[in-house]
Design a protein around this ligand. Structure first.
Ligand code: ADP
Length: 501
């Protein structure tokens, strides 16, 4: 048993704020750390105390172990929650936290080392009798070429230390092998300091489904159902939901069983996620994420829990509480500061005006305030909109309304793109795979082009009638000139809404 009185949050953005809130519910004092770019950030004002830790560049601040440990010492913190990303899965950081006689809210460093190595994690899965994607642990040219012949192309080169889709290359044929291995090793070395690679068969249209687990220090483990995370861009999740739609109950149960077996074989501790690729009735272990996931809210809602509180209680040595039966359905959309019309290029700027969704069945996790600067230094995730309902369809409709209410002036975002995806027939049917985004984008860009063409045509027609006032901007549709806006006449919102909704 180790009491925690003051918690330092080694992170920023929505997740820092999210952790501060839960720590407060437990009556803990909270300490934020911040970079020079974040001195006015929401997590800084929200915490009881805030300590500057360095420059805007993450290497000098949010990745600076020495500065973070010093901040914990100076603020008399007795524990550190790393959030997700940054130092959350770095064994050397967890080790330094322990060496400073602080509690690390997460698995012990040895587990982070073992599971952070995807080749080692695959071996644990195999030893636990959990299927892995057919593959080959050594990725020199000869073994890769032999595997390519045996398994058939395409194959996927992956980094042993990989994360965030980096160091991954699809290889369509033997002629691409040398180039792909070189490029992946270089990328992996630069990103993780570890060039080791392995190879998997590249599955054509799989689903990504993962299982949330919680394990206490005595090894009691509970599984909190699955999350469907197939909707991704460049291997990064953008829409997640729980439960996974259109999944046979038998597969659902077997996934949970496999995750528990694996957690047991690894001696897992604290919160973690076991990720799988699912192909019809078959599933394959992908990796373990040994931390809180971005998409944890959809599980919290269905299972009526606060996973950050679970993590803190486990870190204090408490017993993990049993899961109550889940209820309803929840969907999360990650709104990014990116421009979908420019191939999702990261967008920066100042939030000039902000309206956030609310209402029954809607939760928004964000650090945005009017005046917040979106800088190029950090992840482009700026808000998570989560909707829930008794049924998936109710959650989906609430999400459509919520994304329609999300309004941000000053920075381009993916909100409208997400709304299009949620409105699509494919999503409504639950026809999901990791190919969803490219399949949807083909249709979405033609919708968007069509809309622009219609606006242009209407504007030209209007301009030829001298009595008709023009209000050709999206804002005009919401102002008193609404009746004259081409957006109104086009039924702008209706373009995104399927007739059935
Ligand atoms: P990272 O840790 O870099 O995020 P993952 O192994 O978790 O990498 O995979 C991320 C995504 O890449 C998966 O959700 C899936 O969309 C795709 N992917 C990974 N492995 C395969 C595979 N063998 N076949 C097809 N797609 C894959």
């Amino acid at each position: 048993m180790r009491a925690i009185r003051t918690l330092l949050i080694a992170n920023r953005g929505e997740i820092a704020l999210r952790i501060i809130r839960s720590a407060r519910v437990l009556g803990l004092r909270t300490v934020a750390v911040y970079s020079e770019a974040d001195s006015a950030a929401a997590h800084v004002t929200a915490a009881d105390e805030a300590v500057p830790i360095g420059p805007a560049e993450p290497a000098g601040s949010y990745l600076n172990t020495a500065a973070i440990i010093a901040a914990a010492r100076d603020s008399a913190a007795d524990a550190i929650h790393p959030g997700y990303g940054f130092l959350s899965e770095r064994p050397d950081f967890a080790h330094a936290v322990q060496q400073a006689d602080l509690v690390f809210v997460g698995p012990p460093p040895e587990l982070l080392s073992m599971l952070g190595d995807k080749i080692a994690a695959r071996r644990i899965a195999v030893s636990a009798g959990v299927p892995v994607v057919p593959g080959c642990d050594v990725a020199d040219l000869q073994s890769a070429a032999e595997f390519g012949i045996k398994a058939g192309y395409p194959i996927l080169v992956k980094a042993a230390a990989g994360g965030g889709g980096r160091g991954m290359r699809v290889v369509e044929g033997p002629e691409q092998l040398t180039g792909a291995l070189d490029a992946a090793a270089r990328e992996a070395k630069a990103a993780f300091g570890d060039p080791r690679l392995f190879i998997e068969k590249y599955l054509n249209r799989p689903r990504h489904i993962e299982v949330q687990i919680l394990a206490d220090n005595e090894g009691r483990t509970v599984a909190l159902g699955e999350r469907e995370c197939s909707i991704q861009r460049r291997h990064q999740k953008i829409i997640e939901e729980s439960p996974a739609p259109q999944l046979a109950d038998d597969v659902r149960h077997r996934l949970v069983e496999a995750a528990l077996k694996l957690a047991d074989a690894a001696g897992y501790r604290n919160a973690g996620t076991v990720e799988f690729l699912v192909d019809q009735d078959f599933f394959y272990f992908l990796e373990v994420n040994a931390r809180l996931q971005v998409e944890h809210p959809v599980t919290e809602i269905r299972f009526g829990r606060d996973l950050v509180i679970d993590q803190l209680l486990i870190a204090m040595g408490e017993r993990v509480s049993e899961a109550i039966p889940p209820h309803g359905a929840a969907i999360e959309c990650r709104i990014n500061a990116e421009d979908p019309q420019q191939d999702f290029r990261p967008a920066t700027g100042t939030v000039l005006q902000l309206a956030l969704p609310a209402g029954p069945g809607v939760r928004v996790d964000t650090h945005l305030l009017t005046g917040t600067e979106i800088t190029p230094y950090y992840d482009s995730l700026i808000a998570k909109v989560i909707s829930y309902g008794n049924t998936r369809e109710q959650a989906r409709r609430r999400m459509l309304v919520a994304l329609g209410e999300f309004s941000l002036l000053g920075v381009r975002t993916t909100a409208e793109f997400l709304r299009g995806a949620i409105a699509s027939e494919m999503f409504a049917r639950g026809d999901l795979s990791t190919r969803f985004v490219p399949e949807f984008l083909r249709q979405w860009s033609s919708d968007a082009d069509l809309k622009l063409a219609l606006i242009a045509a209407l504007a030209t027609a209007r301009n030829s009638k001298p009595t008709a006032p023009m209000a050709a901007t999206a804002d005009g549709a919401r102002s008193s000139t609404r009746g004259h806006s081409p957006w109104t006449e086009l039924g702008d919102f209706e373009l995104w809404r399927p007739v059935s909704s």
